[in-house]
Design a protein around this ligand. Structure first.
Ligand code: ACO
Length: 330
């Protein structure tokens, strides 16, 4: 049973995907790959790609506006803006500050969360702590990514995987049994080199050699990441269920990070959960990193896959390594 207390409740969701679609057929023209390989190994058919003059905050703003509208709130009412992104507009100011300015959310404190594909679950965790402590009464948590800006379009092992987009959630403090019941987040920096975008930071400055070696691009040891992702997503989901005394049959919907259909299928199998509980939109959006879970959540809710009182389990994994879960009652 869930006791009544002050919780962060989902009051609205939104998403935004750039118009341009890059299909597997397009990629066949760019690198040595095939629609069959991409579909069989990843489940991805197409992904959305932002125009070159479009930044993460540009994608975040329409997603946020939609979430605010759904929540019946004005931007000026928002007290906290967190943007999960690993493709920020620039090193600083934070992408969240650009979002704050573009929305006119003048009252909000704004900062970014950098946890690659786990950025949204990390953001939810952070916002939940501020709301539970009473420091803020509401928060706008966004995942926004322009991975096309750090992809090596000549590297077939990564360029077929990622897409651009943004998803947003408005959280409101409310007494009752609905809201975020728990979050569990984890990190393992010893595996940083399995998945990284090393260029341009203080460790790897923008020298001509760095640019020539394309070190500003994303690098991933895919098959090693694959195995760790499954193990950690299963553990994080099990921890959430155990912590809340929840059985598989209590869960209405699982929103997993959309990195690979095979990862999601394996996680479902190892958890002993019916695959149909797992929401999947990877076919049409690819891996949108921190934006993946809030985009999928918004789609799922608009499709009516879960409603008031239902339990939703989110589970993420990404570079860092970082991973985590969140259990939410709508
Ligand atoms: N088209 C055709 N062949 C390809 C392609 C491609 N696009 N990409 C790789 N291959 C080849 C490889 O070169 C290799 O060939 P070889 O056997 O001759 O050497 C073969 O396919 C198998 O390569 P693997 O890397 O072992 O393939 P795998 O089945 O592991 O699939 C993938 C690769 C899709 C990347 C998978 O490993 C994966 O999804 N990894 C996890 C990704 C993930 O979870 N990331 C975390 C979140 S992302 C974030 O945080 C930013």
């Amino acid at each position: 049973m869930t006791s009544s207390q002050m919780r962060a409740v989902i009051a609205g969701t939104g998403r935004f995907l750039p118009e341009k679609i890059l299909t597997n057929a397009d990629l066949e023209q760019m690198v040595e790959t095939s629609n069959q390989w991409i579909m069989e190994r990843t489940g991805i058919k197409e992904r959305h790609i932002a125009a070159e003059n479009v930044s993460a905050s540009d994608l975040a703003v329409p997603a946020a506006k939609e979430a605010l509208k759904k929540a019946g709130m004005k931007a000026e009412d928002i007290e906290l803006i967190l943007v999960g992104t690993s493709t920020p507009d620039m090193y600083f100011p934070s992408t969240a500050c650009f979002v704050q300015a573009k929305l006119g959310a003048s009252k909000a404190v704004a900062f970014d969360i950098l946890a690659a594909c786990s950025g949204f679950v990390y953001g939810l965790t952070t916002a939940n702590q501020y709301i539970a402590s009473g420091m803020y009464k509401n928060a706008l948590v966004i995942g926004a990514e322009v991975y096309s800006s750090i992809i090596d379009w000549e590297d077939r092992t990564t360029c077929v995987l990622f897409g651009d987009g943004a998803g947003a959630v408005v959280l409101k403090a409310k007494e009752g049994t609905a809201g975020i019941l728990s979050t569990h987040i984890y990190s393992d920096g010893t595996k940083a080199d399995y998945l990284q975008a090393p260029g341009g930071g203080s460790a790897n400055r923008f020298t001509q050699q760095f640019l020539d070696e394309k070190k500003y691009r994303l690098e991933m040891i895919g098959n090693r990441t694959f195995k760790v992702a499954i193990k950690m997503m299963v553990e994080a989901a099990q921890t959430a269920m155990k912590h809340n005394g929840v059985e598989a049959s209590d869960i209405k919907l699982v929103i997993p990070h959309q990195a690979n259909k095979r990862i999601i299928d394996m996680v479902a199998k190892q958890l002993g959960l019916d695959g149909s509980l797992f929401y999947m939109n990877i076919e049409h959006v690819g891996n949108t990193a921190a934006a993946s879970i809030p985009i999928a959540l918004d789609e799922a809710l608009k499709e009516g896959r879960a409603g008031k009182g239902d339990l939703i389990l989110m589970v993420a994994f990404g570079g860092g390594f970082t991973w985590g879960s969140a259990l939410i009652r709508l």
